[in-house]
Design a protein around this ligand. Structure first.
Ligand code: ATP
Ligand code: FE
Length: 361
């Protein structure tokens, strides 16, 4: 990173190995981090044309995530920081997912399929983060589904709502398994859904009943929360009904089921996110997380934000799923905002809450 300009983004993935098991195996992930740490770092430095000496600071994910993988990253980053004499920031993976929106190439991109091709709309004022004041963030990832009010990206975010059970990404992975569509669930369902009819089945939009939502004056307990476990069960029942009726496996309309499931996910996520923004005076939304790569979610969110007069920043797909650029982007903002670096005795925190943006100790 140089300011908000991304110089290099080297990504190593152990996905091929996880595909063999149909899910992430923590031990394999941690080992892969260890093996790839130095080669990937070197690749990023080479691409950027810099050395460790040239850096102002180092940033690493301290949490949340899988303990083993986090520990490898944190230990490696501490060793680098000590050896090179650089300040170190242990920062939040979730805030980084949405913070990737500060990158020049993301800010200036046009949101997908927004009618009238309105520009992404985050206008950077000179210093320090230059983000609009009433900013929100929608995080939809493998393990989290959250809507945040971002008072200041580097120091102050509040959780407005979240899933009360599965994350959207988990629902994708589970439904893909149910349909025998493969792993990881998100991309395979997204692809399968392109050939299906999103109106073929009406699957439930969790926590959308009036008793959960309430009204603006008297908000229900789950007004801004999501639930995806009922949706997953409804998909399972749908498949079972075809099986019970003796429909041969290859004749089950998996593309229609996938498209209808995807529509339910995109509908309920975007409806609730836009409502939360409207009620909290949020005029610009940052989207982030692996599920933000989803084609229907991107187009429906662009449409609904445009209708509600909310500006939207949508990262390109390669910056939605886990990557180093998002960590560097948030790290550079922490430096620019003058936030104190982390002291070297901080530990990886697998359950780090989203309000904890960077670690002090
Ligand atoms: P977290 O960030 O919550 O800790 P994570 O880092 O494991 O979770 P991410 O890389 O942020 O996960 O996102 C991975 C998730 O994104 C997976 O569940 C995957 O199925 C989902 N995903 C990827 N591409 C798509 C897509 N096109 N549509 C829907 N989901 C997708
Ligand atoms: Fe992630």
């Amino acid at each position: 990173m140089r300011g908000t300009e991304l110089l290099a983004n080297a990504v190593a993935s152990s996905m091929e190995e996880h595909v063999r098991f149909g899910g992430v195996i923590p031990e394999i992930a941690a080992r892969a981090h260890l093996e790839e740490f130095l080669p990937t770092l070197q690749q990023a430095l080479d691409t950027a044309g810099v050395t460790l000496d040239d850096l102002d600071a180092i940033a690493v994910t301290s949490g949340p995530g899988l303990a083993g993988a986090l520990m490898v990253g944190v230990a490696g980053a501490k060793a680098l920081a000590l050896a090179a004499g650089k300040p170190l920031y242990g920062l939040n993976h979730l805030v980084a997912h949405v913070g990737v929106g500060v990158l020049d190439e993301v800010r200036t991109a046009v949101p997908p399929a927004a009618s009238g091709a309105r520009p992404a709309g985050v206008v950077l004022s000179p210093e320090p983060t230059g983000l609009p004041e009433s900013l929100g963030a929608l995080l939809v990832s493998g393990g989290h589904t959250e809507i945040l009010q971002v008072n200041r990206l580097t120091t102050d975010v509040t959780l407005l709502g979240s899933t009360i059970d599965d994350a959207a990404g988990e629902a994708y992975d589970k439904v893909a398994r149910l349909l025998g569509a493969g792993y990881p669930g998100g991309p395979v369902i997204d692809r399968l859904a392109q050939q299906g009819d999103p109106k073929a089945f009406r699957f439930p939009r969790g926590l959308s009943a009036p008793k959960f939502v309430g009204s603006a004056e008297e908000p229900g307990k789950h007004r801004h929360n999501w639930s995806f476990s009922g949706l997953k069960t409804a998909v399972a029942r749908c498949v079972e009904q075809f099986e019970a009726a003796g429909v041969p496996e290859e004749q089950i309309p998996t593309a229609d089921i996938a498209a209808s499931f995807q529509e339910a996910v995109a509908d309920v996520i975007t409806a609730k996110a836009v409502r939360a923004c409207t009620e909290h005076g949020i005029t610009h939304l940052l989207l982030g997380g692996g599920v933000a790569a989803n084609s229907r979610l991107r187009s429906l969110l662009a449409e609904r934000c445009a209708d509600a007069g909310i500006g939207l920043t949508v990262p390109p797909v390669r910056l939605c799923t886990d990557n180093g650029a998002m960590v560097a982007a948030l790290g550079a903002q922490l430096v620019a905002d003058g936030v104190a670096p982390s002291s070297l005795d901080f530990a990886a925190d697998p359950g780090q809450p989203v309000e904890s943006i960077s670690l002090v100790a």
